[in-house]
Ligand binder design. Structure first.
Ligand code: ATP
Length: 321
């Protein structure tokens, strides 16, 4: 336990709440000097005071003991008990090329998880494996606690996926493409569809043929078709591809909204590290077939950017650029 770090954290929390050492001491019925000693890292609070301190500062006891906020927690109420994705020892090769090497991964309900990696690192392959779009050599994949291979249809009803470029009927308008997706998925809530169309700023292009859409417009249409399903799990492979900065911003807001409102779990791959850093609770790096989680708390603590962490992890340093 890092006494100094805990002390600094208590000091910071106290200042944030606008409290004096005396206020804290009075609440806990102890001397001002004890609070001062905690803050100077001479002592740490006795275990019996921790729940009360946590309550005063509106943090968890764990956060107090770690001396920092749990950045993964955010304000939302996701349950660590409900695993939406559970992957064990996943191996996938194309011919002799091993792309995924003993991947183990659990993703919980309500999380937004970012997946980053160099071109060809295996991000798309991992997403395809999760939904049984490609044959794996070894491993076990459960979605919503069920084997995807056994309960495919039931599971897929709860999922929306965009991998690479979404496919559309090019000779039909955006509106007609949305109608087809609605019919296939029994979606009748027109208000919700209109809301998503508006949020993704597609309303004015809805009656154009998709063949005449730009890449960004197609990406927006793909997102509308994915989101109107109100999926419990959303898998997005490079959804920012082709979007302008406004589109990226809209996408971020829409994803955050459905995550907060519907508790939708999201796995998103992207090369835009700042977006991943912005939106995700957890970040995974895939490199040479191996998956590693970035310690987001540590990055924040050391004021290190995701970009430098990523470049370091995948073996790119200033010397070899
Ligand atoms: P990018 O960032 O460029 O989209 P990625 O991380 O999504 O890359 P994948 O598309 O998963 O990477 O590819 C991982 C590796 O698997 C690459 O070496 C790629 O050449 C290979 N690969 C992907 N699909 C196939 C396939 N159908 N047949 C053979 N090799 C493939």
């Amino acid at each position: 336990m890092d006494q100094e770090k805990i002390g600094k954290f208590i000091y910071k929390l106290r200042k944030e709440k606008g409290l004096t050492q005396k206020d804290i001491a009075e609440k806990l019925n102890i001397s001002d000097n004890s609070v001062s000693k905690w803050e100077r890292g001479i002592n740490i609070p006795d275990i019996s005071y921790l729940p009360f301190l946590a309550d005063i500062f509106n943090v968890t006891v764990n956060e107090l003991l770690n001396g920092e906020y749990d950045y993964k927690k955010k304000d939302k109420n996701y349950s660590k008990l409900n695993k939406v994705i559970a992957i064990k020892d996943l191996c996938k090769s194309y011919g002799k090329k091993q792309v995924l090497n003993n991947i183990n991964l659990d993703i919980y309900e309500g999380e937004i998880v970012g997946l980053i990696g160099k071109n060809g690192a295996g991000k798309t392959t991992l997403i395809k494996s999760i939904i049984n779009f490609c044959q794996i050599q070894k491993g076990e994949i459960k979605l919503f606690n069920k084997y995807i291979s056994k309960d495919y249809e039931k599971i897929m009803n709860k999922i929306a996926v965009i991998i690479e470029n979404p496919a559309f009927y090019l000779n039909l308008s955006g509106r007609d493409n949305i109608k087809i997706v609605s019919l296939l998925n029994n979606i009748t809530d027109q208000n919700y569809i209109e809301k998503i169309v508006k949020e993704l700023n597609l309303a004015k292009d809805l009656d154009k043929k998709v063949a005449k859409y730009s890449l960004g417009m197609k990406q927006r249409l793909g997102l509308v078709c994915a989101l109107i399903k109100k999926p419990k799990l959303l898998l997005l492979d490079e959804p920012t591809n082709g979007l302008d900065p406004i589109g990226i911003n809209e996408l971020r807001m829409v994803l955050q909204k459905i995550n907060q409102k519907e508790n939708t779990t999201i796995l998103i791959s992207s090369h835009i590290l700042s977006e991943i850093e912005n939106i995700c609770d957890r970040i995974l790096i895939i490199d040479q077939g191996f998956l590693e989680e970035v310690d987001v708390c540590k990055l924040k603590h050391h004021h290190k950017s995701l970009e430098s962490e990523f470049l370091e992890k995948v073996g790119v340093t200033d010397d070899n650029i």
